[in-house]
Design a protein around this ligand. Sequence first.
Ligand SMILES: [Zn+2]
Length: 110
Amino acid sequence: MVKFPEYVSVGCHKYKVSYPHSFREVTRIFGQCDNCLHEIRVSEMDQGGGRRPDSAILGTFFHEMLHAIDSIYMNGKVADLPDADKEMIISQFAEGLTQAFLNGHFPVVE
Ligand SMILES: [Zn+2]
């Protein structure tokens, strides 16, 4: 079971963490970062309604938090890249963070 804080700080901003978030309108996405409302949304379920592995849920959280970091600290430089490049860069950094947290036995997964 993955536990997230209710809020995370990015710069001087508080982003609300919505988990588990239900994307009823678009089922093919697992996460979303709303830089206007300062909200990070992470789904617990896959497209078929099954529970996603903890590592995938944690990876989605880092992915969305990196979009927030890009917006706040980098003025959206990564977001300005073409979609394929933007998502590849964000996903690879998120994968690295997820591996570090899981291998480092941080107390975010029980
Ligand atoms: Zn993304």
